[in-house]
Design a protein around this ligand. Structure first.
Ligand code: RB5
Length: 143
């Protein structure tokens, strides 16, 4: 499966780790950057990942900045994107079960690498429950 990822400098180290996790699980990963720890502006990377998920080019993506907040704000401006800021495991589970999240957002400065690994692998394997949540998720795009 295809997967698109991006970060700013605050999320760079964790993005590198996430790319490795995804590749080890067999995903074909497109990394839109950034590609180092020099300071960059997160909206540019958030926009590219969100636009390409919104267009259907990628079914799922991952965005990481320092806190995860800026990337979440950017990504959720795109219709069809359901970006979930998950800095804990239970939010990661619920964001898939109830919200059918299609972009996982994390704060690279807030969580350690072991927790991040658990969050990513759990988020990937947790299915959407559908049912009553199907109707609610459909309402998200009915502005
Ligand atoms: C960059 O310093 C920081 O503001 C950014 O990574 C992110 O946390 C924004 O929400």
């Amino acid at each position: 499966m295809k997967f698109i990822i991006g970060s700013d400098h605050g999320g760079y180290a964790l993005k590198e780790q996430v790319r490795g996790i995804l590749e080890s699980l067999g995903y074909a990963v497109e990394d839109v950057g950034c590609h180092g720890e020099d300071s960059v502006d997160y909206p540019r990377f958030g926009k590219e990942v969100a636009a390409r998920v919104a267009s259907g080019e990628f079914p799922r993506g991952c965005l990481i900045c320092g806190s995860g907040v800026g990337m979440s704000i950017m990504a959720n401006r795109f219709q069809g994107v359901r970006a979930a800021l998950c800095n804990d495991l239970y939010t990661a589970i619920l964001s898939r079960r109830h919200n059918n999240a299609n972009i996982l957002v994390m704060g690279g400065r807030l969580i350690g690498s072991e927790l991040a690994k658990e969050i990513v692998t759990t988020w990937l394997r947790t299915p959407f429950e559908g049912g009553r949540h199907e109707r609610r998720v459909a309402q998200l795009d009915n502005l």
